[in-house]
Design a protein around this ligand. Structure first.
Ligand code: NAP
Length: 331
């Protein structure tokens, strides 16, 4: 397969001219080394991409880099015999747009250790509707199940429910047999949340209490928000229930007490998708292509853009206004 000499990339710089990002024409030689070259078909937009693309968060650890923490496409060349031309593959996290060039470009040159052969049951587009968001929601479920969460503990709360991670968590948790209570600041999206699997939609005030302990309301849950909402979720979690912490859209503080841990045996589980071990990564993608495959992927994919549309999406996302997942069509 011939590789185009030049192609478009959404690149992020931080140098004497300041922090900036935008579309440039680059060649394969501009990309970091790697064993597997793919022609990019799809990427997606995650909160981390919005932070990186605007400079509102310290995500990149070297500059310049192509943005985009997710990528899916077909292999065009590989020095690793595990991959051959034409193979459909994906990568999420694993240093993309952090220490390595990411998915917002016509081609990506990847470290073969992190390249996932497309599992049967998913196509390239579906894999990027999931992307880091779906992987993170599934990793949260994986960790909760490892720690013996069952539907009998009670409903799972999902905060930031209309967001990318939130929407996919609502769908995945309900597919896995849990009752899901979606916590959202967008009352007008209650029908959307019910259509993807929420049995109840609660406003953010459901997690506004600042008391160290509250009556039990949830079996556990996934928090995308941080701060007081996470503390309140812990205080309302059933004995031996699990709360997975994935996000910090409202802040990185945790104004909690030890009471839920020592009185109810509640567990607080960390979810760090970017650095997940390869063996766990493979397990999660197998689940996402099979028994945990969300039933409402097309409903959750609320927007499809090209590289030119990225800046507009970043700003909406950082203001908390966006909902669902945004796909980036590249190929
Ligand atoms: N740990 C990991 O591995 C990992 C992986 C992926 C993402 N994350 C983190 O998870 C979070 C969500 O990511 P995402 O890609 O799903 O982002 P997103 O699509 O922008 O969703 C965030 C959602 O959070 C809610 N929200 C926004 N501002 C809020 C505020 N001030 N207070 C309470 N809720 C607020 C909104 O939902 P409602 O309007 O419905 O409330 C919003 O849609 C981010 O912090 C991201 O960095 C972590």
């Amino acid at each position: 397969m011939t590789i185009a000499e030049n192609f478009s990339a959404f690149r992020i710089h931080d140098d004497q001219a300041g922090y900036r990002s935008g579309i440039e024409s680059i060649s394969l030689d501009d990309l970091n080394p790697g064993e597997v070259v793919i022609r990019t078909a799809w990427s997606s937009v995650n909160f981390k991409d919005a932070l990186a693309g605007t400079g509102q968060g310290k995500i990149l650890r070297r500059f310049p880099l192509v943005g985009g923490i997710d990528v899916a496409g077909h292999v065009v060349a590989s020095t690793d015999k595990a991959f051959k031309e034409g193979d459909p593959v994906l990568v999420t996290g694993s240093g993309l747009s952090e220490t390595r060039d990411g998915g917002y470009a016509g081609y990506a040159r990847l470290d073969s250790r992190w390249v996932i052969p497309m599992p049967s049951g998913l196509d390239l587009r579906e894999s990027m509707i999931l992307g880091t968001a779906g992987f993170t929601a599934a990793l949260a479920l994986y960790r909760m199940l490892e720690n013996r969460q069952t539907p009998a503990h009670g409903p799972l709360a999902v905060t930031g429910a209309t967001g990318g991670v939130g929407s996919l968590a609502v769908d995945i948790f309900s597919s896995a047999g849990f009752e899901v209570h979606a916590i959202s600041g967008k009352a007008d999206q209650a029908d959307y949340l019910k259509s993807i699997g929420a049995s109840q939609v609660l406003g953010r005030e459901a997690l506004a209490s600042t008391r160290p302990m509250e009556s039990v309301r949830f079996g556990g849950g996934l928090d995308n928000v941080g701060g007081g909402m996470l503390a309140s979720l812990l205080a309302q979690t059933a004995p031996y229930g699990n709360v997975a912490s994935a996000g910090l859209v409202a802040g990185h503080d945790l104004p909690a007490t030890v009471m839920p841990f020592i009185i109810r045996g509640v567990s607080l589980l960390g979810v760090a998708s970017a650095g997940t071990a390869r063996s766990v990564r493979d397990d999660i993608w197998r689940h996402l292509a099979d028994d945990w495959k969300p039933a409402h992927l097309e409903t959750i994919c609320t927007r499809e853009i090209t590289l030119e549309g990225l800046p507009g999406v970043f700003n909406g996302m950082l203001s908390g206004a966006s909902f669902g997942r945004t796909l980036v069509r590249i190929g």
